[in-house]
Design a binder for this molecule. Sequence first.
Ligand code: RIB
Length: 303
Amino acid sequence: MAEITVIGSANIDLVVNVEHLPQAGETVPGGDLMTTFGGKGANQAVAAARMGATVHFAGRLGNDAYAEQYQTHLLREGISLPLKEPVPHAPTGSALILVDAHGQNIIAVSPGANGHFTPEDLDNCEKVLRASDRLLLQAEIPRDTIVRAIQLANTANTAVVFNPSPMPEGFPWGEVHLDYLIVNETEAQALIGVDTTDAESLLRGAKTLLARSMDCVVITRGAAPTLAVTAQETLSVETQPITPVDTVGAGDTFAGAFAVATAEGMDLAEALRFANGAGALSATRHGAQVSLPTRTEVEDLLR
Ligand code: RIB
């Protein structure tokens, strides 16, 4: 069974469905407020757990009632929590999310306790990191904490899957080793320095990133085929045809499933197909963690 350590954020998502996303200064009516568990780190941890992996999630919760509810929820998902102490002087992180009738969203994140996740907090995580097949990270926690986590994984020979979302400022690309980088088109453009979403240009740019101590670059593109490059191969893998109702958490589902698939030894093409299937299923349902599919559902879709 794959063993995955996820280090990252946990948020309470406050979600309202609207007909269309408002312009600046516009007020739009919406449906009932939904309060759900989210945050890119915890979403990816739950996604990996539902794909059947043993998962450890290290994240910081705040000094409020949400912290205990969140821990109970993650433990029920079968996830172990190496960091249990809440941050005493900050609330649990939260995200304000609007989703339109086509499944598109806008999100504003208030980091709260996630912003107080220090590199020293990782002292408790070294043991699980050493035992894990993959370290999976995103970028809703401080940059120095991300860097230390990657350094610990590099030393422990634990493969790193980094999803730099949102794109961190001043990240020391090339100074730490990434086994897999997962970016969407916008993040890829920012990193490669191109302003096109054309597949050939993205692939050319992704190849140049390999020189910055990365073994594999994956670019997700919504419904368009997912791209990937390594020193040996270049892949373009079709996504599943679906009608999206809510894409919140779809990228996190992809990342969690991809980490599990590669840890289980699937080859890159298989792992991308598996992750595409998981991401697609999550976009057919509302919410972040509530929308995450089980392994059986993904295998049924791909059969
Ligand atoms: O990727 C989706 C997540 O982004 C949401 O759950 C929200 O909390 C924000 O972190």
